[in-house]
Design a protein around this ligand. Structure first.
Ligand code: SAH
Length: 369
């Protein structure tokens, strides 16, 4: 399938003509977040009619269980007033709406004193969130640092995979950065390698020291910054954070850059700005950064274990008691999909951060999963 000449493709072509090949993180940042033509500004990414579907869009039970997890973490912390409920990359706002509906119903004293803070860089996503959360008092931020300090409960579902990565390739002449250039003869974007002066291997995980030619190593500097900010916040003010995403448990090699449009994979260099570009999350690296703070990190465990421990099946059965046949089928299918052994249940991982000296949170205790 031929690539479409999008406004973003034209803009990137000009940048490359002037500055030379660009890093993958710069490419991803522009493709996803350009304020005029970036993917998250102009498209309908989520849901059945979008390019992909996320857990909260599959079933309300996902957000309800996270709401209950928040509630139990809040109680363990001694029910602090003015707790900040923070979501990173809230998409359509569905997850936060499900969390708030649940905590309001189950423990109104928690809901009444809580503050809602959303971290979102896309104006068009923010408009959707305003609509979904119109009954609540919400504050938006461009990054986590600008959320006021205080006891915080943080949720990031499919946020880290959207943050831009850089890739490094081990050639016969040492490590090079994988970049993107424009081939004028073929009229297409393509990958190229650029030597990195003063490449500081000491800053890379020890696995990179002894690897084979053509190994690709990915680094996500923005996700490192977010991990640092989460660690600091929980260490100084509590309470807990949940990171849910697809990714790998051990750092390693491999090219995980991917693009999805209309529920199908496609070349990330095609139709720029019109497909969702992501990379798998390096949970080991995030964990290492978090563990640099005086906190506890739990997991990652599979989404299947986490949601099953939290009682997804019981919750679905309860809802079915008052649901129509059609609704019941939808509920059962949705919950099954979230915990499918050969699907989202194992692909997605859940990691949590808590203060020290608190019990292991629900969903992370050792079981036979
Ligand atoms: N959590 C949602 C949506 C995940 S998609 C869900 O589960 O349905 C990623 C979200 O992160 C989008 O809202 C996107 O606009 C936002 N986002 C992507 N990069 C970001 C960045 N650098 N800073 C803040 N938000 C970002």
């Amino acid at each position: 399938m031929a690539s479409i000449v999008t406004p973003l493709a034209q803009r990137l072509q000009k940048i490359i003509q002037t500055d030379g090949p660009i890093s993958i993180s710069k490419f991803m940042g522009i493709a996803l977040n350009d304020k005029d033509y970036g993917y998250y500004q102009t498209n309908e990414p989520f849901g059945v009619n979008g390019d992909f579907i996320t857990s909260p869009e599959i079933s309300q039970v996902f957000g309800e269980l996270i709401g209950l997890w928040f509630l139990s973490s809040w109680k363990i912390a001694g029910c602090p007033k003015e707790t900040k409920l923070i979501e990173l990359g809230p998409g359509r706002g569905t997850l936060m709406a499900d969390i708030l509906r649940t905590v309001k119903k189950v423990e109104s004293s928690f809901f009444k004193t809580a503050e809602i803070h959303l971290v979102e860089c896309s104006l068009s996503m923010r408009n959707r969130q305003e609509l979904a959360l119109k009954d609540y008092d919400v504050t938006w931020h461009k990054n986590l640092e600008s959320v006021p300090l205080g006891p915080s409960l943080i949720i990031a579902n499919e946020f880290f995979d959207a943050l831009p990565i850089d890739q490094y390739l081990l050639t016969n002449n040492g490590w090079h950065e994988k970049c993107i250039t424009f081939n004028n003869d073929k009229n297409i974007f393509e990958f190229t390698t650029v030597s990195v002066p003063n490449f500081d291997i000491a800053k890379f995980p020890s696995e990179t020291f002894d690897s084979e030619t053509n190994s690709v190593f990915e680094r996500n500097r923005m996700s490192e910054k977010y991990a640092e900010a989460i660690g600091q916040r929980i260490a100084s003010n509590g309470i807990a954070a949940l990171i849910i995403d697809y990714g790998y448990v051990n750092s390693g090699f491999g090219d995980t850059l991917q693009a999805v449009r209309d529920h199908k994979y496609q070349n990330p260099l095609f139709d720029i700005g019109r497909s969702d570009i992501t990379a798998h999350v390096d949970f080991a690296n995030i964990k290492k950064i978090l563990e640099g703070h005086s906190i506890l990190v739990h997991g990652p465990v599979s989404q299947r274990k986490f949601l099953t421990d939290l009682g997804i099946e019981q919750r679905a059965m309860k809802l079915i008691e008052t649901a129509s046949e059609k609704q019941s089928l939808f509920l059962i299918k949705g919950c099954q999909r979230l915990i499918a052994k050969n699907g989202m249940g194992s692909l997605f991982k859940v990691m949590s951060v808590t203060q020290k000296n608190v019990p292991i949170p629900e969903g992370f205790q050792l079981t036979n999963f």
